[in-house]
Design a protein around this ligand. Structure first.
Ligand SMILES: [Fe+2]
Length: 285
């Protein structure tokens, strides 16, 4: 069993690095950690970075998760190879780019590129965004799946993810106490489906709604409230068609043994108890 500790970062390719940087700083409210030639790294919390835009194919997405030790990283590599997922061992240069001591990369059954990292670097400085957005940190991703049952089995049997709830066929998966760190959305492609940042309060969600609409950024869902995690949310469009989410108030599951996952209806009711309707393809499936 591969024990994932937390989600660490997302890497997204773009043909317009300057445009993506403008968006990440001026709209999302992240802080530039580093610019290094073909990539820009962004902070959203105490970590050295949680998002990286690099010069490349906009369909090239990577999600990284932390494991606890080099021994666990080595064991994960051996297990993935054994069950038919070829593993790439990070080179020294690749580790330096990611600010981790070591990592491996592989593809999940849908073909999503996943990195397992060991000892990702913390910043040592307090995060302060470029505006008073209320961001408290990078929290979860939606990941595309071409076969939800198959991929749920991969993440829950090969890795330590547990199903917190389903919306239609989409499993919301936790790897710690937070209701979900990974959600798998059935669709016809691979890639990261949305990127979530947590906000300090519901007020920040409403402020963001006004801020984002004033700047003509398309809002694609919300403001609303998820009946699954109880988080209040806003989804809006980012560069290259990426969907970003702000949310606040996600519940934590303290009693692992007592939790029973629940089945919610697909969109719109399974996604929003306030009655908002998503304009997001994968949320309509
Ligand atoms: Fe989300």
């Amino acid at each position: 069993m591969i024990e994932l500790r937390d989600i660490t970062y997302v890497r997204l390719g773009t043909r317009d690095l300057e445009g993506a940087t403008r968006y990440a700083t001026q709209i999302l409210g992240l802080e530039v950690a580093e610019r290094s030639g073909q990539a820009v790294y962004f902070r959203s919390d105490a970590r050295e970075h949680t998002l990286c835009y690099f010069d490349g194919d906009p369909a090239d997405h990577v999600a990284a998760f932390e494991v606890a030790s080099r021994a666990e990283l080595d064991a994960a590599a051996a297990e993935l190879e054994r069950i038919g997922h070829p593993v790439h061992a990070g080179t020294r240069a690749e580790c330096e780019q990611r600010k981790v001591r070591d990592f491996i990369a592989f593809h999940d059954p849908t073909g999503n590129r996943i990195e397992l990292v060991w000892r990702p670097q913390m910043s040592g400085r307090r995060f302060h965004g470029t505006r008073d957005a209320g961001i408290t940190g990078f929290s979860h991703i939606g990941l595309c799946t071409t076969d939800a049952a198959r991929d749920e089995a991969f993440w829950t049997r090969v890795c330590n993810a547990r199903v917190s709830d389903h919306i239609g066929e989409a499993p919301l998966l936790r790897i710690g106490k937070v209701h979900h760190t990974l959600a798998l959305f059935p669709t016809d492609r691979k890639g990261i489906q949305h990127v979530n940042h947590q906000m300090a309060s519901t007020d920040d969600i409403q402020r963001a709604y006004n801020f984002i609409r004033e700047r003509n950024v398309p809002v694609v869902f919300g403001p609303g409230k998820h009946p699954t995690s109880s988080a209040r949310f806003l989804y809006f469009e980012g560069p290259d068609g990426m969907v970003y989410e702000y949310s606040s108030g996600v519940c934590e599951i303290d009693d692992e043994a007592a939790w029973r996952n629940r089945q919610f209806e697909a969109a719109p009711r399974g996604f929003c108890e306030w009655g908002a309707t998503p304009d997001i393809k994968e949320f309509k499936a």
